[in-house]
Design a protein around this ligand. Structure first.
Ligand SMILES: Cc1ncc(COP(=O)(O)O)c(C=O)c1O
Length: 370
């Protein structure tokens, strides 16, 4: 018989107990990844409604009955990212585990940033490749590890978030791609938080004026700035065809609902129009100004993610904010390292100056009260 009670008690004892909570209607939300507020955009909702004509669910995997309007979205994503092809998965999580476990094999070496998202970590664990972790965004450390350990492998993969989900910083992609080229490696960039945010919405590559290339594979989600659900991978024809044939989380899972597909297509069109990404950048500048005024950050952020690192006071501070109608969630170990627990503030195009002020004022009061 399972005895989970003891383990749950242990989790509670360590102050790591997770529970589900609902956002109340009249709270000011600083927790969602809906950076462009597209999940509630009337034109996106209309498009999703139109997609319902195909039914509520897709009724099967893409390789059986579930291939409905998905290829239209894939063409749109490939055009948007400037790649030969794109392939859509049911979630961003399943994209990472499906792509990494399929492409990275026994006899290959993966170099993975220490702060990569859990879905990358799980993809690495599922793959049969050897895995080495390099220090966060540390190019010298990355190079040293390749020099020391990278001999005699069939393929070398460097895998990194484009924008790091818990810190909001940006991977030094120019240098990473240069190293990839030097060592004949393949770079996989998970741009879950760069897509719709950086480079006029096109993502981290575009932010650095880097062009898609045969040795670069881009991953993204439809669940954050695009406001829907699902993940995608972009690259050359050969990679996509290989994934269709071998990637287990693509093959053995029901395809996205067609309404989500239609809504996501409209989201991408709206992003391409450009106003929303400009507005987000304007709001990031405004938040930078106000957060700096309250000493909450030191330098300017280029992304809408602001980690307010409070260590052991994190969860109590988050409770305090929520009690006072600001929805801002505390992030603990193992999502972030011990000692670096934080409130992850994410801002969006719907926030106004007074919202940032209200958040900062309440945080200041909480520092005295918690
Ligand atoms: C960097 C990164 N990659 C992948 C994912 C997973 O995406 P999804 O939520 O669409 O499964 C997330 C979501 O938190 C993420 O932050």
């Amino acid at each position: 018989m399972l005895n989970l009670k003891k383990e749950l008690e242990y989790i509670k004892y360590n102050n790591l107990y997770r529970y589900l909570r609902r956002k109340e209607n009249n709270t000011l939300d600083f927790s969602s990844n809906d950076y462009l507020c597209l999940s509630k955009h009337p034109e996106v909702i209309d498009a999703a409604r139109e997609g319902l004509k195909y039914g509520l669910g897709s009724t099967g995997s893409r390789l059986t009955s579930g291939n409905i309007n998905h290829e239209v979205l894939e063409e749109k994503i490939a055009e948007f990212k400037g790649t030969e092809r794109a392939l859509v998965y049911p979630t961003g999580y399943s994209t990472n585990i499906g792509v990494i476990s399929s492409l990275c094999k026994r006899g290959d070496l993966i170099l993975s940033d220490e702060l990569n998202h859990a879905s990358i970590i799980d993809g690495c664990r599922l793959s049969k490749a050897d895995v080495e972790i390099y220090n966060h965004c540390n190019i010298d450390n990355l190079r040293n590890i390749i020099e020391e350990k990278g001999k005699n492998y069939n393929n070398i993969f460097i895998i990194t978030d484009g924008v790091f989900s818990m810190d909001g910083d940006i991977a030094p992609l120019k240098d990473i791609i240069k190293i990839g080229e030097e060592y004949n490696g393949i770079v996989i960039v998970d741009d879950a938080h760069g897509t719709g945010v950086l480079g006029n919405g096109k993502g981290t590559l575009k932010h650095f004026n880097l062009k898609p290339a045969d040795n670069i594979i881009q991953i993204g989600t439809l669940s954050k700035a695009i406001g829907g659900l699902g993940g995608f991978v972009c690259g050359i024809e050969e990679v996509i065809e290989y994934l269709i044939n071998t990637s287990r989380s693509f093959i053995y899972s029901t395809a996205l609902p067609p309404s989500v597909v239609s809504g996501s297509i409209r989201s991408l069109e709206l992003i391409e129009e450009g106003d929303l990404t400009k507005k987000l950048q304007g709001n990031i500048r405004e938040a930078n100004r106000i957060f700096k005024k309250y000493n909450l950050i030191k330098g300017d952020s280029l992304t809408p993610i602001y980690p307010i690192v409070l260590g052991e006071k994190t969860m109590a501070t988050s409770e305090y904010l929520i009690k006072n109608k600001i929805f801002a969630i505390g992030i603990r170990y193992p999502t972030v390292p011990r000692g670096l627990e934080r409130i992850r503030i994410s801002i969006n195009v719907g926030h106004r100056r007074e919202d940032f002020e209200r958040l900062c004022r309440l945080l200041m009061i909480s520092f005295n009260e918690v």
